[in-house]
Design a protein. Structure first.
Length: 519
C-alpha cells in the first residue's frame, strides 16, 4: 500500500499524468470529433482503426481520457492528504516534531560564543527545554503561507473532480431557431435520453460499417427507438421554450459611415416557462436578453452559447413561362395570356399557379450554386446570393407522386447550366429573379454540473498560489546551551539569500539584550 501511495504522491507521477492528459487533448483537437466512421476511414486511411478502437473520435468522453483524469485526481487527493498532515504538524506541533539536528542543518545559521541572554527578553518566543539543560526558543510569522500549498492542491482536486463530473453527467444539445420562432426545450432527463440515443446511433453505425450482421444491432435499435420516443414525448411536454425575438448582425463602419467587416452576431431571446407540461400553455417569461459570440446566457441549469449563424433564404421570386412541345405534355395547352407569370414562393412549401393542374414546390434552393469537379455534387459555396439556383418539383393532387421536375437559374446563368434543362421534364421554364432571407441561429445548450466546482477550484488554486509566493513564512530559532553558547537560525519559504541579510539583525538584537543585562 505504501508503494502505491508513494507512487501517486510523487511529483514525477503528477507531471507524467499532466503530460499524458495534454497529449490526449492535443489529439482530440487535431482529430475531428463525433463524426461517422466513414469520415475517419477516408480522412485517416492509415490510422482510422486505432482512432475508432481507442475512442479518439469522441476523445473527451473516451475511457482513456476519463481514466487519465481520474488517476490525476487520485494523485492530487493523495497529495492533499499528505500535505494536510504535514501542514497540521508544522502549525500546531512544530516544536514537538523538530529535532536539534534539523535546526542546526538550516542553511542560514550562526554560532554565538560566550553570550549571556536574559530569557525574559525573549518573552515573544515560544520555548521548550531539552535534555542537558538546552533551551530552544522559536518564533514565526506568515503562518498563512503554510496553507497556500494545501489550498492550491485542494483547488486542483476540485478542478479535476468538476471536470470528471461534467464529462460523466453533463449533456449538450443544439437548438436552431429563426426570427419569430419559439423552440421547445425538454427537461434534463429527456435531453439525456436524446444524448444517449445519439451516442448509441453513432456506435450502431460504426458496427454496421464493419459488421452489418452483428446481433448487437437489433438490441441497439430497440434501445434507440425507446430513447427517441422519450425525446418526442418530451418535446410535447417541454420544460420551457426559447423565443428568438430578433436576430441581427452589427458591422464595423469606417469614417465615412460605410459598413465593413462584421463586428458581432446578436440574438435577442426570451425564455418562456411552460405551464402544466403542455406545449401550448405558456406561463411566465423572462425579459429579452441579448446573446453574442463569447457572451453566453444562462437559464435554469442550462448555459446557451451562440454556435452558428446562417442566412435562411426562405422567399423566392420567380418568372414562369410556358414551353411548348415537351415530351409527355403534348395534351397540355394553357390559355392565352396565362404566361408569363411572376410569383413569390416559400422554400419547401407547396404552391399552385394559374393554368397548371399540379402543385409545385421548391425542393432545394442554392443561394451560391457550385458543382464539385471531383464528385460532380452540387453545393453552396457561401451564404451570399451570388449564383442562385433551385430545383422545382411538380406533384399530383394528392402530393403522392412526382409528375416532373426542372431547374431555375438567373437569366445570366441559364445558358451556362443548360445541361440542367436537358434533364427537365416539365412544360414550364422558371427564371430566378430575387430572394429574401431571415437569419437563423444555432445555439449550443449545455448542462455541466461540474462547472461551479471547477470555478471554485480555479479560485482556490489562484488563492493558494498567492499565499505560497507572496506571503513569506519565516521562523526564528534560538538555541541556548548551559555553557552560554548560542545558536541562531532562520528558516523561510523564500530564498535563503534574503535570510542571510536578515541574520545580522537577529544577532544584533540578541547581543544588544546581552549588553543591557551586563550593564
Amino acid at each position: 500500500m505504501k508503494v502505491i501511495i508513494d507512487f501517486f504522491a510523487s511529483l514525477k507521477t503528477a507531471v507524467f499524468f499532466i503530460c499524458l492528459l495534454t497529449l490526449l487533448a492535443i489529439i482530440g483537437t487535431v482529430i475531428p470529433q463525433r463524426l461517422e466512421a466513414l469520415n475517419y476511414i477516408n480522412g485517416f486511411p492509415n490510422t482510422w482503426q486505432p482512432i475508432l478502437w481507442l475512442g479518439f473520435d469522441d476523445m473527451y468522453r473516451s475511457p482513456l481520457f476519463i481514466g487519465v483524469l481520474f488517476l490525476l485526481s487520485a494523485s492530487a487527493i493523495i497529495c492533499v492528504c499528505i500535505r494536510w498532515k504535514s501542514v497540521h504538524n508544522k502549525i500546531f506541533k512544530r516544536l514537538e516534531n523538530i529535532s536539534l539536528a534539523e535546526i542546526e542543518a538550516f542553511k542560514v545559521s550562526k554560532n554565538l560564543e560566550d553570550v549571556n541572554i536574559d530569557e525574559k527578553k525573549l518573552n515573544s518566543y515560544t520555548s521548550t527545554d531539552l535534555n542537558s539543560g538546552i533551551k530552544v526558543f522559536f518564533k514565526r510569522s506568515g503562518t498563512s503561507a503554510l496553507i497556500g500549498g494545501l489550498i492550491l492542491h485542494i483547488g486542483l482536486v476540485l478542478v479535476f473532480a468538476g471536470g470528471l463530473l461534467g464529462l460523466i453527467l453533463g449533456v449538450e444539445m443544439s437548438i436552431n431557431g429563426k426570427e419569430g420562432e419559439k423552440v421547445p426545450v425538454p427537461s434534463l432527463n429527456v435531453i439525456r435520453a436524446a444524448y444517449k440515443a445519439d451516442n448509441l446511433s453513432r456506435k450502431a453505425r460504426h458496427i454496421r460499417q464493419f459488421s452489418p450482421n452483428s446481433p448487437k444491432l437489433e438490441k441497439m435499435r430497440e434501445e434507440i427507438e425507446k430513447l427517441h420516443q422519450i425525446y418526442n414525448d418530451g418535446l410535447m411536454h417541454p420544460e420551457f421554450k426559447v423565443a428568438f425575438d430578433k436576430l441581427w448582425v452589427e458591422h464595423h463602419t469606417n469614417a465615412s459611415g460605410t459598413q465593413e467587416s462584421i463586428k458581432s452576431w446578436n440574438a435577442s431571446l426570451r425564455f418562456i416557462d411552460v405551464a402544466s407540461g403542455s406545449l401550448f400553455n405558456e406561463a411566465k417569461e423572462t425579459e429579452a436578453k441579448v446573446i453574442k459570440v463569447n457572451e453566453p446566457l444562462s437559464y435554469k441549469e442550462f448555459d446557451f452559447y451562440l454556435a452558428n449563424w446562417n442566412k435562411n433564404w426562405s422567399k423566392i421570386q420567380l418568372t414562369i413561362d410556358y414551353i411548348p412541345n415537351v415530351k409527355g405534355w403534348e395534351d397540355y395547352k394553357p390559355e392565352e395570356g396565362v404566361f408569363p407569370q411572376n410569383v413569390q414562393v416559400s422554400v419547401s412549401e407547396p404552391f399552385t399557379i394559374k393554368g397548371f393542374p399540379y402543385s409545385l414546390v421548391v425542393s432545394q434552393f442554392f443561394n451560391d450554386f457550385k458543382i464539385s469537379k471531383s464528385t460532380n455534387q452540387v453545393f453552396n459555396s457561401s451564404s451570399e446570393l451570388n449564383n442562385p439556383a433551385c430545383i422545382l418539383v411538380a406533384f399530383d393532387s394528392e402530393a403522392s407522386c412526382e409528375v416532373g421536375h426542372t431547374w431555375a437559374f438567373g437569366e445570366s446563368n441559364a445558358e451556362k447550366f443548360a445541361f440542367a434543362h436537358n434533364s427537365a421534364n416539365l412544360p414550364l421554364k422558371f427564371v430566378f429573379k430575387d430572394a429574401s432571407f431571415c437569419y437563423e441561429s444555432t445555439m449550443q445548450m449545455s448542462y455541466d454540473p461540474g462547472k461551479p466546482i471547477v470555478w471554485l477550484g480555479c479560485f482556490l488554486f489562484c488563492f493558494g498560489m498567492m499565499l505560497t509566493f507572496y506571503v513569506e513564512y519565516r521562523e526564528e530559532w534560538i538555541i541556548v546551551t548551559p555553557d552560554k553558547s548560542v545558536f541562531i537560525a532562520l528558516n523561510s519559504n523564500h530564498s535563503s539569500e534574503i535570510l542571510k541579510k536578515d541574520l545580522p539583525a537577529l544577532e544584533d538584537r540578541l547581543l544588544g539584550a546581552s549588553k543591557e543585562e551586563n550593564k
